[in-house]
Design a protein. Structure first.
Length: 86
């Protein structure tokens, strides 16, 4: 999965490979759009992130958990699909 490798089509990666001009998040403009920003931090996706929080509880704040634990995968896929971002 590209979220694990850092090669997801998020702005930091797209900027690194010359596809877009800015690495910053298109929604909040506060920080570079990385996996660490998109998954647990971006305020724009807070309502969508509720999918993860409801399913995983406190574990939803652990990127390593939902990128590596097979039990988290279906919830992560639902969140990504709901975000419409990837």
């Amino acid at each position: 999965m590209s979220l694990r490798t850092g090669h997801a089509p998020l702005n930091k990666h797209l900027h690194r490979i010359g596809k877009i001009k800015s690495p910053f998040c298109s929604h909040c403009q506060r920080t570079e759009e990385t996996v660490h920003h998109f998954l647990p931090s971006c305020p724009f996706y807070q309502r969508k992130r509720h999918i993860l929080v409801n399913a995983l509880g406190r574990k939803a704040s652990s990127i390593s958990y939902f990128l590596t634990d097979p039990n988290a995968t279906p919830h992560l896929v639902r969140y990504v699909n709901a975000s419409g971002r990837l």
